[in-house]
Design a protein around this ligand. Structure first.
Ligand SMILES: C[S@@+](CC[C@H](N)C(=O)[O-])C[C@H]1O[C@@H](n2cnc3c(N)ncnc32)[C@H](O)[C@@H]1O
Length: 261
């Protein structure tokens, strides 16, 4: 009989999310610092992370001496982040807010939103609204680092990714499945299955959601609608700051470097 998965929102269990995504944290923060050096014209160390999740990047950037502000709409994620900061003896400002409707009085020098979180914004209006909110929050010359996967509209196959990560006595296996993108509706279905092995036993959780889809042309058109940003470079999830590349459909993992005009 196939294993049964309980239907949950995996972001309500930050401790498992954090185990799965921890591996690249140092690499990503190195990249963010190098990108700020390379493209930024606003030299301060104030960082904003929209949708900061479990706070892995909040903690690492705070450890590196940045004044970090993070927000998320999931209170479990924020509570986990508060606890980890307290444990590390670090400080950051955290708030509960939505990606497409936030506003800060203070200005930032760097903002970042990686690992495809931007694709949770399911309409063009929400996506443009998010970019405008972020532009307003940045100093002129400040940088927004926005990472997400493009979609392969020609594909008719489901694709899968699998990660296995351990922390202490806990092993988390994360299987994510993507259905072929729907070009007309600009939607792709996604399902993540977590299998959590702990000394007390095995638990299985699954979460279904939808992402908005983009190809390179759709990204260019979206950026044209937000003149507050200059698209100064494109990178990819190898996070090599010295190796920019073209925005093109032949490479799906995409990191846009946007500078506040
Ligand atoms: C893939 S995680 C990314 C977390 C973190 N940025 C990182 O790199 O580990 C996505 C996060 O986005 C948050 N999120 C999704 N939609 C959101 C929205 N509309 N407004 C605010 N947060 C949102 C979720 O609660 C979750 O914590």
């Amino acid at each position: 009989m196939p294993a049964k998965f309980e239907n949950v929102d995996w972001y309500d269990s930050p401790q498992y999310y954090d185990i799965v995504f921890a591996a690249d944290t140092v690499l990503e923060c190195d990249f963010l610092e190098q990108i700020r050096e390379r493209y930024g014209r606003s030299r301060g160390k104030r960082v904003l992370e929209p949708a900061c999740g479990s706070g892995r990047l909040v903690e690492e950037m705070a450890r590196r001496g940045y004044a970090v502000t993070g927000f998320d709409h999931n209170p479990h994620m924020l509570s986990y982040t508060r606890t980890r900061l307290a444990r590390a003896g670090l400080r950051a400002r955290l708030c509960e807010m939505e990606l497409d409707g936030f506003r800060f009085r203070q200005r930032f020098d760097l903002a970042h939103c990686l690992v495809s979180t931007f694709k949770y914004l399911l309409t063009e209006r929400a996506a443009a609204g998010h970019l405008q909110c972020t532009a307003r929050a940045l100093e002129v010359g400040g940088i927004y680092v926005l990472g997400f996967h493009l979609s392969e509209y020609g594909s008719t196959l489901k694709t899968r990714e699998r990660w296995v990560q351990r922390r202490g006595a806990t092993t988390v296996t994360c299987n994510t499945q993507f259905w072929p993108p729907d070009r007309r509706r600009r939607i792709e279905r996604v399902r993540t299955r977590l299998t959590v092995q702990e000394p007390a036993g095995i638990a299985r959780y699954e979460t279904h959601w939808k992402f908005r889809t983009y190809d390179a042309g759709q990204v260019r058109r979206m950026l044209q609608a937000v003149p507050e940003f200059d698209h100064v470079a494109t990178h990819d999830f190898s996070y090599q700051a010295e190796s920019p590349r073209e925005l093109h459909d032949d490479r799906l993992d995409t990191v846009l470097i946007l500078r506040r005009v």
